[in-house]
Design a protein around this ligand. Structure first.
Ligand SMILES: [Zn+2]
Length: 163
């Protein structure tokens, strides 16, 4: 079984678990869910929530997402932006303790031209990186490499985030 096949099944499971009533915005829906391994929501703040990325680029790929259905970065309030940065730093600390990566990619793809998959709702990625991981991915598979389940990654990061 190829990685593509393995994770296609898991992906459809995720898609099926989302009710279709939220006007199609997955991030708005996730922003309404309780913290827990079922939702993969790690933390709910005042203006942002923290959630595992369901289609991770690396194990431990987390997103820090404003509740606002807003695609324009400059339209976010100062309080939301500040909390977003502080939560991002907290997530980085938790991932460092949980995974000890060699580095991180932090940031957002803003707008369609910026490569955003969900351009209408801005979201910030925290992606742990390892030396050689890009080479590994290119060599081994034509898809993203997921050595562990989302539930497992959730539990690892959640225990560090709340410690
Ligand atoms: Zn939204």
């Amino acid at each position: 079984m190829s990685l593509d096949q393995m994770w296609a099944g898991w992906r459809s499971e995720f898609v099926e678990s989302i009710p279709s009533s939220q006007d199609g915005c997955v991030l708005c829906l996730l922003g309404t869910l309780e913290v827990g391994v079922e939702s993969h929501v790690l933390f709910r703040g005042e203006g942002n929530f923290v959630v595992m990325n369901a289609f991770p680029y690396a194990p431990g790929h987390v997103m820090v997402v404003p509740y606002n259905h807003e695609g324009e970065y400059l339209s976010l309030g100062d309080d939301v932006v500040e909390e977003n940065l502080l939560l991002t730093r907290r997530v980085v600390a938790a991932i460092k303790r949980a995974y000890n990566p060699d580095g991180f990619n932090l940031g957002a793809n803003i707008g369609k031209a910026g490569g955003a998959a969900i351009a209408a709702h801005i979201h910030f990625h925290v992606v742990p990186r390892w030396i050689g991981d890009t080479n590994f991915m290119t060599t081994v598979a034509n898809t993203r490499v997921l050595p562990e389940s989302l539930d497992s990654a959730y539990n690892r990061i959640a225990s560090e985030l709340n410690s």
